[in-house]
Design a protein around this ligand. Structure first.
Ligand code: RM4
Ligand code: MN
Ligand code: MN
Length: 425
């Protein structure tokens, strides 16, 4: 891939340089040094989800793409391509058991060879797995039966073991416990059971790890989800202790929710641990981040950049992509996503915070809004491309990926009948 990137960058070098210089001049007029922004932008990294590398689907069907990865080893290979082109996705977030490796140390070594590590691991108590003794049909950690609850805690502990062997240092827990009809679950007691189950898992969490609790208002529970909102998530994180925090998935909010304000509240509570990036029009649509509501994405980053700058956040939360690529080539979708995320982040860095504070103090509503809007409307594509170029990535990752013929090569290779997964390493 490296020589393709170099060739692709050579073709674009002149046009890119003039775009970058023009942007530099524009920023200089506002007394902003483009080099400083490049340095800040280079700090942005985001994890890729193992499930985002294959073609996703809906409950009505799935239309597999060509040359999809057949197992987690091939997912790692594809993730390395995304990282090679973008230079800012050095970690993979693994779903267990969807992508559970038979031999975690071998997978870790395989990933390390390709320059990748592992981000938060994700547990799954929302499906019954083959050979599972008890069913999660009526819940897992919140189930009325203590044996089911014990099995669910056992699964979470197992996922942590896998993560430990992979070198992860966090677990993301999304629970589907809930009910479809009034009366089905005891609203208060089901929450207490979930809290107690999480506390058991938390007590055995490896040293230095963080437990990220992800809320979602509905689906698959259609009447009452136990961890439905950021309030429930915060109560859990506070009950568990210092190493538990909330994870905000941008798709897990009721329509019209002010998501950036949710982010601000969790920062204020000292409990914002992570973000799942995606975009949506109606529900948990898992579309490309920035494709539907780019202004919201920018406003979320605005809160995060602001919180890091004034010390409300000691460090940025864990950034992860959580998308389902049903129609786009998953690698291309990820390249597009990362670029959208970086642009939103850089625009947030460009917000003139002193001016914003001044206009807020003066109750100058219009100018305060304009201060945000003008940063949002900046064309920062060349800056983000320059970050990539300097780190050895592609000025135009999608063009370089298409020029590489990677998908066509993999389509041939992965269609081969005889396949020995490298698990036996
Ligand atoms: C859920 C949630 C989780 C993700 C699964 C696949 O809606 O967003 O984070 O792991 O989907
Ligand atoms: Mn999520
Ligand atoms: Mn989701």
């Amino acid at each position: 891939m490296q020589h393709i990137i170099e060739a692709s960058n050579r073709d674009r070098a002149a046009a890119h340089r003039s775009d970058y210089e023009r942007l530099g001049e524009q920023l200089a007029q506002h007394k902003v040094d483009i080099e400083e922004v490049v340095a800040q932008a280079a700090a942005f990294e985001v994890a890729v989800p193992s499930w985002g590398l294959g073609t996703g689907g809906t409950r009505f069907g799935r239309f597999p793409g060509r040359g999809e990865p057949r197992d987690v080893y091939e997912k790692v290979e594809d993730a390395a391509v995304v990282h090679g082109l973008t230079t800012v996705t050095p970690r993979l977030s693994l779903h267990v058991p969807w992508d559970e490796p038979e031999n975690a140390p071998a997978l870790r070594a395989h990933a390390a060879e390709l320059g990748l590590g592992f981000d938060a691991v994700n547990s799954n108590t929302f499906q019954d797995q083959a050979n599972q003794a008890l069913s999660y049909k009526f819940g897992a950690l919140g189930h009325v039966d203590a044996d089911v609850r014990r099995q669910a805690v056992g699964h979470i502990l197992h996922v942590m073991e896998v993560g430990k062997a992979l070198g992860s240092d966090a677990i993301t827990i999304w629970l589907v416990d809930g009910g479809n009809y009034p009366g089905q679950i005891h609203l208060r007691k089901s929450f207490e059971r979930v809290r107690d189950g999480l506390a058991e898992a938390y007590a055995d969490m490896p040293e230095g790890w963080t437990m990220l609790i992800e809320h979602k208002p509905f689906e698959p529970a259609f009447y009452a989800t136990v961890v439905a909102d950021w309030g429930s998530s915060l109560m859990l994180a506070q009950a568990l202790g210092e190493r538990a925090a909330c994870l905000v998935d941008l798709g897990h909010h009721l329509p019209k929710t002010n998501v950036e304000q949710v982010v601000a509240r969790l920062v204020a509570a000292g409990k914002l641990g992570g973000l799942h990036f995606n975009d949506s029009k109606y529900g948990d649509d898992d579309l490309t981040a920035g494709s539907i509501k780019p202004y919201q994405l920018f406003l979320v980053f605005n809160e995060l950049v602001d919180a890091v700058r004034d010390g409300a956040l000691e460090q940025p939360p864990a950034y992860m992509i959580d998308q389902s690529h049903n129609l786009k080539d998953p690698i291309e979708a990820l390249l597009q996503t990362v670029n959208n995320l970086q642009k939103a982040f850089v625009r947030a860095v460009l917000v003139r915070r002193d001016a914003l504070t001044y206009y807020q103090q003066e109750n100058d509503v219009l100018m305060a809004e304009e201060t945000l809007k003008s940063a949002f409307e900046m064309d920062v594509a060349a800056l983000v491309a320059e970050v990539r170029r300097r780190r050895g990535g592609a000025i135009d990752p999608i063009a370089a990926f298409r020029a590489s013929g990677y998908r066509a090569d993999k389509t041939a290779e992965r269609a081969a009948a005889e396949y020995a997964p490298p698990q036996s390493l």
